[in-house]
Design a protein. Structure first.
Length: 254
């Protein structure tokens, strides 16, 4: 890991705008380095509205060579308000020029185990590898219990070391059936960005970033071996932190 950066913003709006610039800059980097695509893994929850507002606001974004995956997904029809793909489709994908065949989504008609295998197969094909797919960038959220993707505290999936994607049928946060990237896949990425906002996240953010009693929470197990790790947080979420953080001035590039 090339060092963790914890960056605190005065507001969600400023955080969102910097996040969009960071995504755009890593896309440019991936594509100008001779790559044929920029692979981006999306999470659900609060990230959906932030990205859906801030990415189109960049104005001149060319997403025609982006490849979109999902860090986790809830096993519900795309028309269900809990479907992460469904939300992005309605709020973001219609506003940017991302070709539909470059969006790797689950097949929600399948039973959960088959759905995970099918999604793992899609990643494998898109990345032309039977090994772990290496995403250029993954965007992650963190729940107030410290979960990230659909990797929950004390769950056996935290020990998964072989599969790239796994099913979960007993998610403590509804809906219970989901499909998730595993820790080896998350930690193989070139750049991982957590986004955490709001005062309800302050205690868990402190525990994840500064340590606490008991086993490490899922979000604390994210440490990309070769990649960058960013934590973009707002002031309320950062309220309990005592470790060193960055507070960039307006418009500063990350
Ligand atoms: O259930 C989920 O929750 C996490 C965290 O969401 P947030 O709203 O607290 O940011 C999210 O990252 C994940 O994709 C989702 O399935």
């Amino acid at each position: 890991m090339s060092g963790r950066r914890v960056v605190v913003f005065p507001s969600v709006a400023e955080l969102g705008s910097s996040l969009a610039q960071l995504v755009s800059s890593r896309a440019e980097k991936a594509l100008s380095a001779g790559g044929s695509s920029f692979s981006l893994g999306l999470s659900g929850g609060s990230l959906v509205s932030i990205l859906s507002k801030e990415l189109p606001a960049l104005g001149n974004l060319d997403c025609s060579r982006w490849l979109i995956g999902f860090c986790d997904e809830r096993l519900v029809p795309f028309s269900d308000p809990e479907s992460t793909y469904g939300l992005y489709k309605n709020q973001l994908f219609e506003k940017i020029n991302i070709p539909e065949d470059r969006i790797l989504a689950i097949d929600p008609s399948l039973p959960v185990q088959e759905c995970a295998d099918d999604y793992a197969g899609k990643l494998s094909k898109a990345f032309s590898t039977e090994q772990i797919p290496v995403f250029d960038m993954l965007l992650l959220g963190m729940g107030p219990d410290g979960h990230t993707c659909s990797l929950f505290p004390d769950h056996p999936l935290l020990q998964e070391s072989q599969k790239t994607v796994a099913p979960i049928s007993d998610s403590p946060k509804p809906p219970p059936q989901r499909v998730t990237m595993t820790l080896p896949t998350v930690n193989a990425a070139r750049c991982v960005v957590f986004v955490s906002t709001g005062g309800s996240k302050a205690p868990v953010l402190k525990q994840v970033l500064e340590g606490g009693e008991g086993p490490a929470l899922p979000a604390a197990l994210v440490a990309p071996g070769q990649g960058e790790l960013f934590w973009l947080v707002d002031e309320p979420a950062a309220a309990s932190l005592t470790s060193q953080v960055e507070r960039p001035g307006p418009g500063a590039k990350l």
